[in-house]
Design a protein around this ligand. Sequence first.
Ligand SMILES: NC(=O)c1ccc[n+]([C@@H]2O[C@H](COP(=O)([O-])OP(=O)(O)OC[C@H]3O[C@@H](n4cnc5c(N)ncnc54)[C@H](O)[C@@H]3O)[C@@H](O)[C@H]2O)c1
Length: 497
Amino acid sequence: MDIRHQLKKATGVVIGCTVIFGGISHAQDPGPAGAEAVHAKNIAPVDTAAVSPRPEGSIYMGGFRAPKIECVRVAVIGLGERGIPQTSHFLSIPHCEVVAVCDLHDDATKRVADRVEKRTGKRPAEYSKDPQAYKKMLAEVKPDAVIINTPWETHAQMAIDAMEAGAHAFVEVPLALTLEDLWRVVDTSERTQKHCMMLENCNYGRNELMFLNMVRKGLIGELLHGEAAYIHELRMQMFSENRGCGSWRTNHYAARNGNLYPTHGLGPVAQYMNLARGEDSFDRIVSFGSPAKGRAAYAKKHFAPDHKWNKLEFKCGDMSNSLIKTKLGRTILVQWDETSPRPYDRKNLIQGTQGTLADYPLRVAGERISPGASDSPEKGQPGGAEITSEGGYHEWYEGKEAESKLYAMYDHPLYKRLGEEARKNGGHGGMDYIMLYRVIECLHNGEPMDQNVYEGAFWSAVGPLSEKSVNEGGAPQIFPDFTRGDWKNTTPLPIIP
Ligand SMILES: NC(=O)c1ccc[n+]([C@@H]2O[C@H](COP(=O)([O-])OP(=O)(O)OC[C@H]3O[C@@H](n4cnc5c(N)ncnc54)[C@H](O)[C@@H]3O)[C@@H](O)[C@H]2O)c1
């Protein structure tokens, strides 16, 4: 019996759409038992590397081109902190219209529909109140693309339902919480031949795009090592007690132990290394967590002794550390900490045989990129105009002047094309706008997505695999090959002009 059904039978409260929709009345509050079910699934003794053959009639989706869509009809599910700004971006992007919006709360749906109508003169269809209303929306509106901005535990099933209903699915991070659900998403995409892209916006950050451009020019030689993180103190979300992100996310910190949010730092590093794209792929991972202290202390300090947060036993180590080994033997450190009082950091570090690029703050060093030297083009080098050839790599090249020079020399062409409009529209410094612009541009032109379904699956798999590794004292876990060997024939993401 599926673990969700077992848990429904035992507790009547289960995480994951299948049961949330059949069971509890308030999907915003899956409850610790729900998150615990996910944790139980992720630490179960399964062969993580097991891969079944691709079913007949299904196709590999890496590099998939869908028929061009003149004007993409977009439907949005989830209109909370993320869904509201995401919907607004579509109003400034050509070749699309927002045709439907859906949220549990009708005040959210109305507010967003009002905004769309005010800006475009056309009111989108509204669906709300029922956790299953989105299915009605899919059937009635038949959108081309569905944007999913709901709590983590609902992502996989909503993406699957969207694809089954004939839409391309675009899913907030992470794509799914268990390996089983990641496989279900991959298999559905291959069977329905619909795109399923996880919306990793950080791959569209100015510095991430610039590093991709620099790496592709060969400026740091052969790649060896990356560092990726999501370090963002978010304890204040616990004040969203009944509605909003903290109301559901807090339960995950209590019930699970691993890296619960791995993709913001990892996505860009994986694309620098061409992981699952022809050159290299994910092999194994080991994980350790620090003690879990911060959430309980925060709950004790800010909430009454009988408050629901003070009844939770927080399992998740405040700082999660994972080390990934790739098939070529490269290493990637992946860290996650949303609890400790320290500055924001995604690391964004990529190291090669000839240099290193890093962020927070932006800084570079290397045999061909270092301080104190001229910026004249170096003859015969693949990158052309390196900042130096003097090898002053014992110090970082950093600071305001370095930053301007780096941007002037190496800004990614996509950023040069869309950066100004992106800055006007906002959204994490413009990265959200560029990402959604590319989603529509690719659908309109019938181009492959910048992030294929397998990349979303590999990056998200760090969640369940880290949980299993932590539970087994740091034992290595093998990544399933979601591409079933086809990563070898997948082209690297080009430098999009
Ligand atoms: N990429 C980023 O930078 C970024 C930033 C913030 C959040 N996120 C992700 O976005 C997602 C949403 O986060 P958020 O902060 O907006 O959370 P939120 O709680 O503010 O919003 C979620 C919304 O989903 C709605 N919802 C829940 N179940 C639903 C259902 N069955 N049908 C329709 N609507 C439903 C809720 O009513 C709520 O309005 C999460 O996956 C989060 O990790 C990503």
